[in-house]
Design a protein around this ligand. Sequence first.
Ligand SMILES: *Cc1c(COP(=O)(O)O)cnc(C)c1O
Length: 362
Amino acid sequence: MSSQTRLTPGEAGGGVLRRYADVLPLTDATPAITLGEGDTPLVRSVRLEKDTGCGALYFKLESCNPSGSFKDRGMVVAVAKAMERGDKAVLCASTGNTSASAAAYAARCGLQAYVIVPHGRIAAGKLAQAVAHGACIVAIEGGFDDALRLAREVTDRHPIALVNSVNPHRIEGQKTASFEIVESLEDAPDVLCLPVGNAGNITAYWRGFVECYQRELATHKPVMWGFQAAGAAPIVGGAPVADPQTVATAIRIGNPASWTGATMARDESGGEVLAVTDEQILDAYRRLAQEEGIFCEPASAAGVAGLLQQANGGAELAGKTVVCVITGSGLKDPERAMEEFALELEPVAAELPAVEQEMGLA
Ligand SMILES: *Cc1c(COP(=O)(O)O)cnc(C)c1O
């Protein structure tokens, strides 16, 4: 694809609003805020590509966004639109990353952030971010689905912008990742793999790929493969899950807000929404860290776990270009890593022989 057909790149670090102004719902009154979100790396696999039999396998490192997850792409648009309307505060329900992102952009823009989180189910790194950015945090005795219901009720009664992915501006911002993938590959991939929780992201990616195709930036649209955790797989099962369970806390959601968006993406693309077990998720989490050098949070590994499952199940991947979205950083959930990799440090003497012995070099 020639460079003329690409979107205006904008200056490096200029952010999603500037770079994708022509595909976002912006007006002259929308403030061009940014924390440098978007423009994330698309890196080729060095080991899993061969194991899965893909023609080419890439990872879209959304963990490289300013707050460490893809949520920043949508949040920057949602917060800018809230400011345009004159809102002074934003509110979200969150499994962690949405609150981290909302808190960061609110701090930057001088808004008050409120977050409602399920008590005891938020990874430490994510909670630390919301605290550090000065968000007002309400922990509830309930799950994410309760938190979202309450967030809707509060924003119905008070002049506070709801910045969950039920806010259409979130989806608009998140679709820009598809444009970046198409720009990098100079066409759409054949298959896109990603984790599915509240299902905003699969909805957004599909919209982005459809628009790329309509604008003739891509010659085709990818098949969408979404993966839910087996203990939190309402779309796979076709019914809400009352008490969702999984180590992948970012996708521990029993009644996704963008359910129809996900089934549309699945059906229109000829794709699938399937379940992977926690064991498969943690296996992919380990393999990404140790065989690819990519440290992601467990939810992010679900897309890769799903690809491995499909490859093992005999899916025809030869010659196919596949992209797995790495949705969030492993630094979000250090406790999981310490548990998974079972680190027990025994200090040795600060002397060369002791160090060599410990390294297995003696
Ligand atoms: C939010 C999130 C997801 C799930 O995305 P949805 O849009 O809710 O389906 C997956 N991984 C990470 C790291 C997330 O923060």
